[in-house]
Design a protein around this ligand. Structure first.
Ligand code: FAD
Ligand code: FES
Ligand code: FES
Length: 471
């Protein structure tokens, strides 16, 4: 039996915990405002909110109901477009109407839900935050400019928002129905669901990989959900070490000041990873175990020379992430073994992440790369380099790193290192590019690391001939 609150109503269901939330909402609850577009997390038509109590306040995030098993929302508050409707349109809805932000209307519930999450967010309202909230919502009709104008108007309407008591302010100002005020107390009445032991079952993180691959098979399978193991979701920075629970989400990284302080460009880097909605649910361990050669968070943590702790029953072992990958989708992972922790040392020096994809946002990489570098007296003291899309596995560029250690930080060194790197990789031609294109991309991303991290020392003309346009 599984319990959660759906809009203003408590729901108790005996359906299998692997059933998809979108099907539950539409077919069991007959709430047809939530739409089905792609069923792959790409379009945002199925967006709903999931709310939990965090640090004594309600925390709402937009999630893709088409990839979310109901086991993952147990004990939470789920909000569909029907749960946001009132007698009159909310400012979010009204601004979309006034700015012609809706035409056929298929995407509109998703946009309203995501913009409502933006209103509920604890962060100060800005135009950038408004647009970030709808980064996973696609519209085939409006051309986006009307939606962007509506989003800017929403930001203006929030100018007086009480950041300490956002929900009561939003209720008073008719952004939300009044029942939102009672949700924390009502959630507290639901049974806590934390489990201690890992089951001998299929483990589910955010489900954003699993439910794209095999959602029908998962419905009837016996599943263990990461959300029921709160001990796997934490970030700790102390004594020169950062330790993260394996179920930490990409959004958690952004929202944890202790982590964000380690990476001055974190927002810029992580904006390149999927969309707000996918980042809210996808876990680090899910990215590692998915073993995609272009996994962004895998490249990120490979470049920190991270280690992972694996556990089966009471047996624990710790290995380097770079040793986890043995071949294409072939991992050093035993059956029912769980990643519990990710660990890396501080300081790691300067850090950079680069990604090229066919679209800048909401797309997987053609090639990605990350680097951490410590330089002393203009010599490279420590360097870790990772790349994806250039071989069958997410790759730690061991030979290139070994070459660079103790070398002078100069254009000559970097150009020579590129020659070694090109020997070390084995890209294949596929839909994301030819072999020569991927080699060229990695070369450019490699040079970009040094230009980004040492702008006073390097520019692109140090590495490749730059042709000036004729006047
Ligand atoms: C629309 C969309 C956009 C995407 N964009 C990107 C992108 O830009 N970059 C990118 O890198 N990826 C992207 N992805 C892929 C995916 O979101 C990520 O790989 C994500 O991190 C997977 O995490 P998850 O928690 O959802 O994994 P799940 O689907 O829950 O699990 C994936 C695998 O990991 C296993 N697993 C999960 N946790 C553990 C654990 N603790 N121990 C052992 N095994 C575990 C599961 O059993 C499963 O085999 C995208 C996916 C979608 C749907
Ligand atoms: S239906 Fe497209 S994201 Fe869910
Ligand atoms: S209004 Fe038609 S898809 Fe957006």
């Amino acid at each position: 039996m599984l319990e959660f609150i759906l809009n203003d109503k408590k729901v108790v269901t005996n359906l299998p915990s692997g059933s998809l939330l979108v099907d539950f909402i539409r077919h069991e609850q007959h709430l047809s405002g939530t739409k089905i577009g792609c069923r792959e997390g790409d379009c945002g038509a199925c967006t709903v909110l999931a709310g939990t109590v965090k640090n004594g306040q309600m925390d709402y995030q937009q999630i893709p109901s088409c990839l979310t098993p109901i086991g993952n929302i147990e004990g939470k508050h789920v909000v569909t477009i029907e749960g946001l409707n009132m007698d009159e349109l909310s400012p979010v809805q009204q601004h979309l109407v006034d700015e012609s932000g809706t035409q056929c209307g298929f995407c509109t519930p998703g946009f309203v839900v995501s913009l409502s999450q933006y209103c509920l967010s604890a962060q100060a309202p800005t135009d950038d935050q408004a647009l970030a909230s709808i980064s996973g919502n696609i519209c085939r009709c409006t051309g986006y400019k009307p939606i962007e104008r509506a989003a800017a108007k929403v930001t203006q309407s929030l100018a007086e928002k009480n950041q300490q008591q956002p929900i009561s302010w939003l209720v008073e100002n008719h952004f939300l129905p009044a029942y939102f005020n009672e949700i924390p107390e009502r959630l507290a009445e639901l049974a806590p669901k934390n489990k201690k032991e890992f089951g001998q079952t299929q483990f589910v993180g955010g489900g954003t990989d699993l439910y794209v691959q095999k959602h029908e098979a998962l419905v009837t399978q016996n599943l263990d959900f990461a959300v029921h193991h709160s001990e796997l979701r934490f970030i700790k920075v102390e004594d020169g070490v950062c330790t993260l629970g394996a179920s930490t989400t990409v959004t958690d990284l952004l929202e944890t000041p202790a982590f964000a302080q380690l990476f001055p460009d974190l927002t810029k880097h992580l904006k390149l990873v999927s969309s707000a909605m996918i980042r809210n649910v996808s876990t680090l361990a899910g990215n590692f175990v998915n073993a995609s050669p272009i996994g962004d968070m895998t490249a990120f943590f490979l470049a920190l020379n991270a280690q992972i702790t694996l556990q089966k029953n009471q047996h624990k072992r710790t290995i380097f992430l770079k040793d986890f990958y043995k071949g294409y989708k072939d991992l050093d992972l035993n059956q029912h073994e769980i990643i519990t922790e990710i660990i890396f040392n501080i300081p790691f020096g300067k850090f950079n992440f680069e990604k090229v994809s066919k679209r800048t946002h909401l797309d997987i990489a053609s090639v990605n790369s990350a680097a951490s570098i410590i330089v002393k007296d203009n010599h490279i003291q420590q360097i870790h380099l990772a790349a994806g899309g250039i071989g069958p596995i997410p790759t730690y560029l061991e030979n290139t790193c070994n070459y660079l250690i103790n070398k002078e930080l100069s254009p000559k060194t970097i150009v020579q290192a590129n020659a070694i790197m090109q020997e070390e990789i084995s890209p294949i031609s596929d839909v994301r590019g030819s072999v020569s294109y991927k080699r060229l991309l990695l070369r450019q991303l490699f040079f970009a690391h040094f230009i980004e991290l040492f702008p006073e020392q390097f520019s692109i003309s140090d590495f490749v001939p730059v042709h000036s346009s004729r006047s």
